[in-house]
Design a protein around this ligand. Structure first.
Ligand SMILES: [Zn+2]
Length: 265
C-alpha cells in the first residue's frame, strides 16, 4: 500500500508550497481580487493595537472637542458598514493626534483609526473626512499589510526570513517604511469610495477632497498614509475616481442614509 502511495506523494510534494499558498488566499472585499495571506490574523491585530497604543503615548492627543466629535461621528457611521471580521475583530477606536503639520490619517487592524490635526486644514465637511478615513480602512480590510508580509515570507520558503514579528512592527509602526504599491493605493481608493457611499456619504466629495488637497498642499504633494505609501499622482486618482463615480453614486442612492449634516469650516 505504502509503495503504491509513494509515486503520488512524490508527485504532490513539489506542489505542496503552491497548495499551501492557495490555502492562504483570501478575497479582497468590494474588488473581489484574490490575494495571498500567510500571516496570523490575530498576531497582526495584536501588533497593530500595540503600535497604536505606542502612538498614543508619543503624540499629543487633541483636545479640540469639535474635531474629536467629528472624527467619532464619521468613524462610527463608517464602521457600521464594515464587518468586524474584515478589520481583525474590530474594537473601533478613533483618535485625533494634535500634530498640525501632518496632513495625514491612518488605520490599523483591530479597528484603530488615527487622524492628525493637519488633515483638518484640507477636509471641509464630514463627507470629505469620511472619504479619507474610508481609504485608510480599505487598506486594512484589503489586508494590504498582510499581503506585503506574506510575499516577503513566501519569497524565502526555507525560513531564512526576518522575524515575522519584526516585519510586522515595521509595517504597523508610525515610522514604518512599508510602501504600498500604486495598485494597492488604487484599490484602497476604489474600496474606500464604495464604503463611504454605503455609509451614506456623498462619493463626489472623495474627488473634491483630492482637489482641495492640491489647493492646500500644491500639486507636488498628496496625502501620505502613515505607512509611507506611494500614491498615484493626485490627477490620476481624481480621474479614476471620476470613472468609478457613477457606480458609487448608485450605492449612495441605495444606502438609505439621509445626507449627513455637513460641517463647513
Ligand atoms: Zn493609501
Amino acid at each position: 500500500m505504502s509503495r503504491r502511495m509513494n509515486p503520488s506523494v512524490r508527485r504532490i510534494l513539489p506542489l505542496l508550497p503552491v497548495l499551501l499558498l492557495l490555502g492562504g488566499c483570501y478575497t479582497v472585499p468590494v474588488t473581489g481580487r484574490s490575494a495571498l495571506n500567510l500571516v496570523d490574523e490575530k498576531e497582526v491585530t495584536k501588533m497593530s493595537i500595540a503600535a497604536f497604543d505606542d502612538m498614543k503615548a508619543h503624540y499629543p492627543i487633541s483636545r479640540d472637542q469639535e474635531r474629536v466629535d467629528q472624527l467619532n461621528r464619521v468613524g462610527e457611521r463608517l464602521s457600521q458598514v464594515i464587518p468586524w471580521w474584515e478589520v481583525g475583530d474590530a474594537n473601533w477606536e478613533f483618535v485625533v493626534f494634535d500634530v498640525p503639520q501632518e496632513i495625514n490619517a491612518f488605520a490599523m487592524a483591530g479597528g484603530r483609526v488615527g487622524v492628525f490635526t493637519g488633515l483638518f486644514r484640507v477636509v471641509q465637511n464630514d463627507d470629505q473626512l469620511a472619504s479619507v478615513i474610508a481609504h485608510e480602512i480599505a487598506h486594512v480590510t484589503a489586508k494590504h499589510v498582510q499581503e506585503r508580509l506574506s510575499r516577503d515570507m513566501a519569497k524565502d520558503t526555507l525560513g531564512i526570513v526576518a522575524s515575522p514579528i519584526m516585519i510586522m512592527q515595521q509595517a504597523v509602526g508610525a515610522s514604518g517604511d512599508l510602501a504600498f504599491d500604486r495598485d494597492k493605493e488604487r484599490e484602497a481608493d476604489h474600496i474606500g469610495m464604495i464604503y463611504m457611499a454605503q455609509a451614506g456619504y456623498n462619493p463626489e466629495e472623495a474627488i473634491k477632497v483630492l482637489e482641495r488637497l492640491e489647493d492646500v498642499t500644491g500639486a507636488s504633494m498628496s496625502i501620505k498614509d502613515t505607512l509611507q505609501s506611494n500614491h498615484p499622482s493626485t490627477p490620476e486618482r481624481i480621474q479614476r475616481l471620476t470613472e468609478e463615480l457613477p457606480k458609487a453614486l448608485e450605492v449612495y442612492r441605495l444606502s438609505g442614509h439621509k445626507a449627513a449634516p455637513t460641517i463647513i469650516k
